[in-house]
Design a protein around this ligand. Structure first.
Ligand code: MF3
Ligand code: CO
Length: 279
Protein backbone atom coordinates (compact mmCIF):
# COMPACT_ATOMS: atom_id res chain seq x y z
CA UNK A 1 0.00 0.00 0.00
CA UNK A 2 1.08 3.61 -0.52
CA UNK A 3 -0.64 6.98 -0.66
CA UNK A 4 -4.16 6.92 0.77
CA UNK A 5 -4.55 3.16 0.95
CA UNK A 6 -3.68 2.58 -2.69
CA UNK A 7 -3.00 -1.12 -3.39
CA UNK A 8 0.02 -1.63 -5.64
CA UNK A 9 0.17 -4.96 -7.43
CA UNK A 10 3.22 -7.09 -8.16
CA UNK A 11 3.69 -8.21 -11.78
CA UNK A 12 2.44 -11.73 -11.01
CA UNK A 13 -0.69 -10.22 -9.44
CA UNK A 14 -1.36 -8.07 -12.50
CA UNK A 15 -1.06 -11.21 -14.63
CA UNK A 16 -3.81 -12.70 -12.44
CA UNK A 17 -5.90 -9.56 -12.98
CA UNK A 18 -5.49 -10.08 -16.72
CA UNK A 19 -7.26 -13.43 -16.34
CA UNK A 20 -10.25 -11.67 -14.74
CA UNK A 21 -10.04 -8.95 -17.39
CA UNK A 22 -10.12 -11.51 -20.21
CA UNK A 23 -13.26 -13.11 -18.77
CA UNK A 24 -14.89 -9.67 -18.74
CA UNK A 25 -13.71 -8.95 -22.30
CA UNK A 26 -14.99 -12.29 -23.63
CA UNK A 27 -18.40 -11.86 -22.02
CA UNK A 28 -18.65 -8.34 -23.46
CA UNK A 29 -18.13 -9.92 -26.90
CA UNK A 30 -21.18 -12.09 -26.17
CA UNK A 31 -23.20 -9.06 -25.06
CA UNK A 32 -22.31 -7.36 -28.34
CA UNK A 33 -23.88 -10.29 -30.23
CA UNK A 34 -26.89 -10.63 -27.92
CA UNK A 35 -27.92 -6.96 -27.93
CA UNK A 36 -30.76 -6.87 -30.49
CA UNK A 37 -34.24 -5.37 -30.59
CA UNK A 38 -36.59 -7.54 -28.51
CA UNK A 39 -34.13 -8.99 -26.00
CA UNK A 40 -34.83 -8.11 -22.37
CA UNK A 41 -32.18 -6.73 -20.06
CA UNK A 42 -32.98 -9.63 -17.71
CA UNK A 43 -32.14 -12.11 -20.50
CA UNK A 44 -28.77 -10.39 -21.02
CA UNK A 45 -28.05 -10.69 -17.30
CA UNK A 46 -29.03 -14.37 -17.34
CA UNK A 47 -26.67 -14.97 -20.28
CA UNK A 48 -23.84 -13.35 -18.32
CA UNK A 49 -24.55 -15.54 -15.28
CA UNK A 50 -24.23 -18.67 -17.43
CA UNK A 51 -21.03 -17.47 -19.08
CA UNK A 52 -19.46 -16.51 -15.72
CA UNK A 53 -20.16 -20.02 -14.41
CA UNK A 54 -18.64 -21.55 -17.58
CA UNK A 55 -15.53 -19.44 -17.05
CA UNK A 56 -15.27 -20.54 -13.42
CA UNK A 57 -15.52 -16.89 -12.39
CA UNK A 58 -17.77 -15.14 -9.90
CA UNK A 59 -19.58 -11.81 -9.93
CA UNK A 60 -18.37 -8.69 -8.17
CA UNK A 61 -21.67 -6.91 -8.87
CA UNK A 62 -24.14 -9.45 -7.43
CA UNK A 63 -25.15 -8.37 -3.90
CA UNK A 64 -22.81 -5.38 -4.08
CA UNK A 65 -23.64 -2.65 -1.57
CA UNK A 66 -25.27 -4.89 1.05
CA UNK A 67 -22.49 -4.09 3.54
CA UNK A 68 -22.86 -0.36 2.81
CA UNK A 69 -26.54 -0.09 3.66
CA UNK A 70 -27.86 -0.34 0.09
CA UNK A 71 -30.29 -2.96 -1.18
CA UNK A 72 -27.97 -5.75 -2.41
CA UNK A 73 -27.44 -5.28 -6.17
CA UNK A 74 -29.59 -8.00 -7.81
CA UNK A 75 -27.71 -8.61 -11.08
CA UNK A 76 -24.28 -9.56 -12.43
CA UNK A 77 -24.40 -6.67 -14.91
CA UNK A 78 -25.64 -3.08 -14.79
CA UNK A 79 -27.76 -2.55 -17.92
CA UNK A 80 -28.59 1.10 -18.50
CA UNK A 81 -30.90 2.07 -21.37
CA UNK A 82 -31.07 5.57 -22.94
CA UNK A 83 -31.53 8.14 -20.12
CA UNK A 84 -30.21 5.67 -17.54
CA UNK A 85 -26.59 6.65 -16.93
CA UNK A 86 -25.36 3.77 -14.76
CA UNK A 87 -26.55 0.99 -12.41
CA UNK A 88 -29.66 0.06 -14.42
CA UNK A 89 -31.13 -3.12 -12.91
CA UNK A 90 -31.79 -5.97 -15.38
CA UNK A 91 -35.52 -6.69 -15.66
CA UNK A 92 -38.34 -7.41 -18.14
CA UNK A 93 -37.60 -4.33 -20.24
CA UNK A 94 -37.23 -5.15 -23.93
CA UNK A 95 -34.61 -3.29 -25.92
CA UNK A 96 -36.14 -1.45 -28.87
CA UNK A 97 -34.78 -0.45 -32.23
CA UNK A 98 -33.06 2.92 -31.80
CA UNK A 99 -32.14 2.47 -28.10
CA UNK A 100 -28.63 2.70 -26.74
CA UNK A 101 -27.66 0.42 -23.88
CA UNK A 102 -24.65 0.65 -21.62
CA UNK A 103 -23.60 -2.64 -20.07
CA UNK A 104 -21.23 -2.45 -17.12
CA UNK A 105 -19.92 -5.84 -16.16
CA UNK A 106 -17.27 -7.32 -13.89
CA UNK A 107 -15.82 -10.63 -12.74
CA UNK A 108 -13.62 -12.07 -10.03
CA UNK A 109 -11.06 -14.77 -10.85
CA UNK A 110 -8.87 -16.15 -8.08
CA UNK A 111 -9.70 -13.12 -5.89
CA UNK A 112 -8.78 -10.52 -8.52
CA UNK A 113 -11.32 -8.16 -10.07
CA UNK A 114 -12.00 -6.92 -13.60
CA UNK A 115 -14.52 -4.19 -14.53
CA UNK A 116 -15.50 -2.81 -17.94
CA UNK A 117 -18.41 -1.06 -19.64
CA UNK A 118 -19.46 -0.67 -23.27
CA UNK A 119 -22.32 1.25 -24.86
CA UNK A 120 -24.07 -0.80 -27.55
CA UNK A 121 -26.38 0.41 -30.33
CA UNK A 122 -29.73 -1.39 -30.65
CA UNK A 123 -30.60 -1.57 -34.35
CA UNK A 124 -30.78 1.75 -36.16
CA UNK A 125 -29.70 4.52 -33.75
CA UNK A 126 -29.88 8.30 -34.36
CA UNK A 127 -26.56 9.83 -35.42
CA UNK A 128 -26.41 12.11 -32.35
CA UNK A 129 -26.55 9.13 -30.00
CA UNK A 130 -24.01 7.17 -32.06
CA UNK A 131 -21.67 10.16 -31.86
CA UNK A 132 -22.21 10.42 -28.09
CA UNK A 133 -21.06 6.85 -27.61
CA UNK A 134 -18.14 7.15 -30.03
CA UNK A 135 -16.94 10.39 -28.42
CA UNK A 136 -17.24 8.87 -24.94
CA UNK A 137 -15.21 5.86 -26.12
CA UNK A 138 -12.57 8.12 -27.65
CA UNK A 139 -12.34 10.16 -24.43
CA UNK A 140 -11.60 6.92 -22.57
CA UNK A 141 -8.67 6.17 -24.92
CA UNK A 142 -7.50 9.78 -24.65
CA UNK A 143 -7.52 9.26 -20.88
CA UNK A 144 -5.40 6.11 -21.26
CA UNK A 145 -2.96 8.02 -23.48
CA UNK A 146 -2.38 10.48 -20.63
CA UNK A 147 -1.54 7.71 -18.14
CA UNK A 148 2.22 7.44 -17.76
CA UNK A 149 4.63 6.47 -14.99
CA UNK A 150 5.55 9.54 -12.96
CA UNK A 151 2.42 11.38 -14.10
CA UNK A 152 -0.67 12.08 -12.02
CA UNK A 153 -4.28 10.91 -11.93
CA UNK A 154 -5.27 14.51 -12.79
CA UNK A 155 -3.50 14.13 -16.15
CA UNK A 156 -5.92 11.32 -17.02
CA UNK A 157 -8.97 13.21 -15.74
CA UNK A 158 -7.99 16.33 -17.65
CA UNK A 159 -7.38 14.41 -20.88
CA UNK A 160 -10.86 12.87 -20.74
CA UNK A 161 -12.51 16.23 -20.10
CA UNK A 162 -10.46 17.97 -22.79
CA UNK A 163 -11.30 15.27 -25.33
CA UNK A 164 -15.03 15.72 -24.69
CA UNK A 165 -14.95 19.53 -24.61
CA UNK A 166 -13.09 19.55 -27.94
CA UNK A 167 -16.16 17.96 -29.58
CA UNK A 168 -18.01 21.26 -29.13
CA UNK A 169 -21.26 19.39 -28.46
CA UNK A 170 -22.03 20.73 -24.98
CA UNK A 171 -22.03 17.21 -23.55
CA UNK A 172 -22.75 16.67 -19.86
CA UNK A 173 -19.75 15.08 -18.15
CA UNK A 174 -20.95 13.19 -15.08
CA UNK A 175 -19.16 14.34 -11.91
CA UNK A 176 -21.00 12.33 -9.26
CA UNK A 177 -19.53 9.01 -10.39
CA UNK A 178 -15.87 8.38 -11.17
CA UNK A 179 -13.36 5.75 -12.15
CA UNK A 180 -11.45 4.02 -9.41
CA UNK A 181 -8.58 1.81 -8.34
CA UNK A 182 -9.28 -1.93 -8.65
CA UNK A 183 -7.56 -5.12 -7.50
CA UNK A 184 -8.56 -7.39 -4.61
CA UNK A 185 -11.76 -5.32 -4.48
CA UNK A 186 -13.78 -3.69 -7.27
CA UNK A 187 -13.68 -0.18 -5.83
CA UNK A 188 -10.42 1.01 -4.34
CA UNK A 189 -8.66 4.34 -4.03
CA UNK A 190 -7.82 6.45 -5.90
CA UNK A 191 -10.92 7.97 -7.50
CA UNK A 192 -10.40 8.82 -11.17
CA UNK A 193 -12.72 11.73 -12.03
CA UNK A 194 -13.60 12.45 -15.66
CA UNK A 195 -12.63 16.11 -15.31
CA UNK A 196 -9.81 17.94 -13.58
CA UNK A 197 -6.47 19.63 -13.73
CA UNK A 198 -3.23 18.08 -14.98
CA UNK A 199 -0.46 17.60 -12.43
CA UNK A 200 -2.88 17.02 -9.55
CA UNK A 201 -3.77 13.97 -7.54
CA UNK A 202 -1.95 10.72 -6.73
CA UNK A 203 1.07 9.68 -8.79
CA UNK A 204 0.79 7.05 -11.50
CA UNK A 205 3.30 4.34 -10.57
CA UNK A 206 4.05 0.74 -11.48
CA UNK A 207 1.53 -1.64 -9.93
CA UNK A 208 -1.36 0.82 -9.99
CA UNK A 209 -4.44 -0.63 -11.70
CA UNK A 210 -7.31 1.69 -12.59
CA UNK A 211 -10.83 1.43 -13.92
CA UNK A 212 -11.18 4.49 -16.16
CA UNK A 213 -14.79 5.16 -17.08
CA UNK A 214 -16.21 8.31 -18.66
CA UNK A 215 -19.99 8.73 -18.33
CA UNK A 216 -21.34 11.38 -20.70
CA UNK A 217 -24.78 12.75 -21.61
CA UNK A 218 -26.38 14.67 -24.47
CA UNK A 219 -27.62 17.22 -21.92
CA UNK A 220 -27.18 17.76 -18.21
CA UNK A 221 -24.45 16.46 -15.92
CA UNK A 222 -27.03 16.20 -13.11
CA UNK A 223 -28.32 12.81 -12.09
CA UNK A 224 -31.05 11.41 -9.85
CA UNK A 225 -31.37 7.96 -8.30
CA UNK A 226 -34.71 6.14 -8.59
CA UNK A 227 -36.59 4.62 -5.62
CA UNK A 228 -34.90 1.27 -6.23
CA UNK A 229 -31.78 3.07 -4.83
CA UNK A 230 -29.66 1.97 -7.82
CA UNK A 231 -30.91 3.25 -11.17
CA UNK A 232 -29.15 6.54 -11.98
CA UNK A 233 -30.91 8.70 -14.59
CA UNK A 234 -30.25 12.14 -16.08
CA UNK A 235 -32.53 14.76 -14.52
CA UNK A 236 -33.42 16.12 -17.98
CA UNK A 237 -34.05 12.75 -19.63
CA UNK A 238 -31.10 13.17 -21.99
CA UNK A 239 -29.40 9.97 -23.12
CA UNK A 240 -26.05 8.81 -21.73
CA UNK A 241 -23.07 6.69 -22.76
CA UNK A 242 -20.56 4.83 -20.57
CA UNK A 243 -17.26 3.24 -21.55
CA UNK A 244 -14.83 1.64 -19.12
CA UNK A 245 -11.74 -0.53 -19.07
CA UNK A 246 -9.39 -1.81 -16.38
CA UNK A 247 -5.86 -0.64 -17.25
CA UNK A 248 -2.34 -0.64 -15.87
CA UNK A 249 0.87 1.17 -16.76
CA UNK A 250 4.05 -0.88 -17.06
CA UNK A 251 7.63 0.18 -17.86
CA UNK A 252 6.92 -0.67 -21.52
CA UNK A 253 3.58 1.07 -21.87
CA UNK A 254 -0.12 0.47 -21.26
CA UNK A 255 -1.95 -2.79 -20.82
CA UNK A 256 -5.73 -2.76 -21.10
CA UNK A 257 -6.66 -5.80 -19.03
CA UNK A 258 -10.31 -5.88 -20.14
CA UNK A 259 -9.72 -5.76 -23.91
CA UNK A 260 -9.30 -9.09 -25.75
CA UNK A 261 -6.04 -7.95 -27.35
CA UNK A 262 -4.87 -6.07 -24.26
CA UNK A 263 -5.60 -2.84 -26.13
CA UNK A 264 -2.77 -3.46 -28.61
CA UNK A 265 -4.60 -2.38 -31.78
CA UNK A 266 -6.21 0.77 -30.37
CA UNK A 267 -3.05 1.81 -28.52
CA UNK A 268 -0.83 1.36 -31.56
CA UNK A 269 -3.30 3.26 -33.76
CA UNK A 270 -2.92 6.17 -31.34
CA UNK A 271 0.87 5.94 -31.04
CA UNK A 272 0.64 4.84 -27.39
CA UNK A 273 3.18 2.17 -26.36
CA UNK A 274 1.62 -1.24 -25.66
CA UNK A 275 3.18 -2.79 -22.55
CA UNK A 276 1.84 -6.23 -21.56
CA UNK A 277 3.59 -8.24 -18.85
CA UNK A 278 4.92 -11.67 -19.85
CA UNK A 279 3.30 -14.77 -18.35
N1 MF3 B 1 -18.80 -1.63 -11.95
C1 MF3 B 1 -19.40 -0.38 -11.66
C2 MF3 B 1 -18.29 0.62 -11.77
O1 MF3 B 1 -17.91 0.80 -12.88
C3 MF3 B 1 -20.14 -0.39 -10.38
C4 MF3 B 1 -21.13 -1.46 -10.30
S1 MF3 B 1 -22.13 -1.22 -8.98
C5 MF3 B 1 -22.87 -2.69 -8.76
O2 MF3 B 1 -17.69 1.10 -10.89
F1 MF3 B 1 -23.65 -2.58 -7.76
F2 MF3 B 1 -23.50 -3.05 -9.79
F3 MF3 B 1 -21.96 -3.60 -8.53
CO1 CO C 1 -15.93 0.76 -12.53
Amino acid sequence: MFGRGIELKKPEQIIKMRRAGLVVARIHEEFAKAVTPGVTTGELDALARELLAQEGATSNFLNYGADMGYPPYPGVACISVNEVVVHGIPDERRLEDGDIVSIDFGAIVDGWHGDAARTFMVGDVAQQARDLSEHTRESMWDGFAAARLGGRIGDISHAIEKSLLARGRDYGIIREYTGHGIGTAMHQPPDVPNYGKPGRGPKVVEGLVLAIEPMVTLGTEDTATLDDEWTVVTTDGSWAAHWENTVTVTKQGLWVLTELDGGEAELKARGIPFGPLAD
